[in-house]
Design a protein around this ligand. Structure first.
Ligand code: PHE
Length: 447
């Protein structure tokens, strides 16, 4: 490997970070979790998890990544030499592999639906037909695999082009476009007749629906959505220059991601209620509900094409951040060529992806711990691996690094001014609050 690459501009870093965070998590996973967990009460717990837990982890990953300028394994090796800390890198690599394996299956569905929309395949379908179409789409054997491979192929090409000419360049175009598309759809959704019940569902809490599982789901979703705990932030941060204000960048990333989730909720829930669909439809929600809405609207076919394109963009800018974790690790730790690292990663991911995809159809009888392979990958990564990866990052910054190192990084070597109180508060959250709360929620809900 030659000189290490880096992001070229502050805007580039921000769109890449936001690109990683904003994804299927916001547009596909968040709405159906809100739907199955009873609406506004879930959103409130979710927001608390973002603020109190995910954000301190994001700072920590930024600190570790930027300070070490290294991959998930090399980072801990550099910052804690002569210790066993570097082995935690495996958790991040494993987590990224697990997530991208099922994520690319859903990414494939988005391409499939984009093609369906562009060829008017659901233009006059009823709600039942659309449910059937979704079931068919995901349970088929061959076509989801082909779409998944296309999705992975595009991800790989962008990653192959590198940090500046691939990740940064494409995120700069795709993220603003995505934002405009989602806003347009949200406006259309809230102006539907009878959309009010959906707004109420989103913003009027009913705390009677809350259980321990709600907390775990909200925690997992906060981590999943912000991409924390998987090493993606850490890896991207390793390409960030010493001049950038990482506190501001983390906050901007978290705010954009949260805004996207809420806007996605506003785009989907009012329409769900307006058309009398059940909000607890589950993973099919965006794929069933939205085509139905588009069918009822003037220029609906056009909006449908736009939306599934947007969903695809959101997914791609996230999957590249997962692949980069694995590729940077192989590149730097095994001195492989970028191309070789990508091919090796793809073989592994595609193999696992095949099982995730088939577990929706011909392999649906195969259950591990009561879950299909797809659900197992989804739940174990969001609810166990991400919290674990996050926990490790905050413990490392809070307990292993020196406070002076932490302060040096937070202030970008004194370039960015923060009062001592602010620096102290962040530190308190990283050192005490985040580890204790994450450990409590995960342990309680596991047992
Ligand atoms: N944050 C992404 C999303 O919301 C998913 C993701 C998780 C990306 C972990 C990178 C790492 O879709």
């Amino acid at each position: 490997m030659g000189k290490r690459e880096g992001f070229a501009s502050s805007f580039g870093v921000l769109v890449a970070m936001a690109g990683s965070a904003v994804g299927l998590g916001n547009l596909w996973r968040f709405p159906y979790l809100v739907g199955t967990n009873g609406g506004a009460a879930f959103i409130i717990i979710y927001l608390a998890c973002v603020l109190v837990l995910a954000l301190p982890i994001m700072y920590s990953e930024f600190i570790i990544g930027r300070r070490s300028q290294s991959n998930v394994f090399g980072a801990y090796k550099k910052l804690a030499p002569d210790s066993k800390w570097c082995n935690v890198g495996f958790i991040y690599v494993l987590c990224s592999i697990t997530i991208i394996s099922f994520y690319s299956v859903v990414g494939g569905w988005t391409i499939d639906y984009f093609v369906k929309a562009a060829t008017f395949q659901f233009s006059s379908a009823s709600a039942d037909q659309l449910s059937g179409m979704f079931a068919n789409t995901v349970t088929s054997t061959a076509s989801p695999l082909v779409y998944m491979l296309v999705f992975l192929g595009i991800t790989a090409l962008i990653v192959l082009a590198g940090v500046k000419n691939g990740i940064e360049k494409y995120s700069k175009i795709m993220m603003p476009l995505l934002f405009i598309l989602v806003i347009v759809i949200a406006i259309r959704s809230v102006t539907l007749e009878n959309s009010y019940a959906g707004i109420e569902f989103l913003f009027k809490p009913d705390f009677s629906k809350i259980t321990a599982q709600t907390f775990l789901d909200a925690l997992g979703q906060a981590f999943f959505s912000l991409s924390v705990g998987s090493g993606s932030i850490l890896t991207y941060a390793s390409y960030v220059s010493r001049k950038e204000n990482i506190v501001k960048l983390s906050a901007q990333t978290a705010i954009s991601d949260t805004m996207f989730a809420i806007v996605a909720g506003v785009a989907i829930m009012p329409a769900v209620f307006a058309f009398g669909i059940s909000p607890s439809e589950g993973p099919g929600l965006v794929f069933v509900t939205l085509p139905y809405i588009f069918n009822q609207l003037p220029f609906g076919s056009f909006l449908a094409v736009l939306f599934f394109f947007a969903l695809f963009i959101a997914a791609i800018t996230s999957s590249i951040s997962m692949l980069e974790v694995i590729v940077a690790y192989l590149d730097e730790e095994f001195k492989l060529k970028r191309r070789t690292s990508i091919v090796l990663s793809l073989i592994l991911i595609a193999t696992l992806g095949v099982f995730c995809s088939l577990s929706q159809g011909v392999m649906s009888d195969v259950k591990i711990l009561g879950n299909s392979i797809f659900d197992l990958f989804d739940k174990s990564s969001a609810n166990i691996m991400l919290p674990l990866g996050g926990l490790i990052a905050v413990i490392f910054v809070g307990w292993r690094m020196k406070k002076a190192e932490y302060a040096d990084e937070i202030t970008s070597g004194g370039l960015v001014k923060f009062s001592r109180t602010t620096v102290g508060i962040f530190y308190f959250f990283i050192k005490y609050i985040a580890p204790v709360v994450i450990a409590t929620i995960v342990i309680r809900s596991l047992f």
